[in-house]
Design a protein around this ligand. Structure first.
Ligand code: HEC
Length: 136
């Protein structure tokens, strides 16, 4: 009997996990949640470039709270979108340490035309989050 209960419990846990994978896509995450999930390992919880992975990289991870100041007191949304997406960046700038998120999000969402929209909207929500943490 106890064994049976164990099997039932295992199936419930497994079912819950798969249901979650099916039900929660990128569009279900807020900008802050996306940031925590994909960016904070390097850029840090508060965006200051001090995530646990930053120490393992040979290049410095930029402080995302200083972008407004660094770009002459304006939030450079277009440039940052290009930088996060990464698919249009010229290789001549040298190797990139950050993942190519335009590709990652597109792939994660099924790699079709609809996924292109989701990738764009995902980056828009990330930009809104980064805008909200600017040290002005
Ligand atoms: C593996 C570590 C890593 C992760 C994860 C990461 N980044 Fe980066 N990021 C970097 C590094 C390093 C740079 C500096 C440019 C380079 O070397 O690629 C950078 C640069 C940037 C820039 C350009 C800032 C500037 O100075 O103009 C933005 C914006 C940015 N990241 C946003 C994000 C967002 C949003 C995410 C999550 C979707 C993310 N990063 C995830 C490492 C990371």
């Amino acid at each position: 009997m106890r064994f049976l209960l164990l099997i039932v419990a295992a199936v419930l846990v497994w079912g819950g996990a798969t249901a979650q994978q099916g039900l929660f896509g990128l569009e279900d995450y807020s900008g802050a949640e996306l940031y925590q999930r994909f960016c904070s390992s390097c850029h840090g919880d508060s965006g200051r470039g001090d995530g646990p992975v930053a120490a393992t990289l040979t290049v410095p991870v930029p402080d995302l709270t200083l972008l407004y100041r660094r770009y002459g007191n304006r939030f450079p949304a277009d440039e940052l979108r290009e930088s996060i997406d990464g698919r249009n960046l010229v290789i001549a700038h040298g190797p990139r340490s950050m993942p190519v998120w335009g590709y990652e999000f597109w792939w994660e969402d099924g790699a079709d035309a609809a996924a292109e929209e989701t990738a764009r909207a995902t980056i828009t929500r990330l930009l809104e989050h980064i805008r909200s943490i600017q040290d002005i």
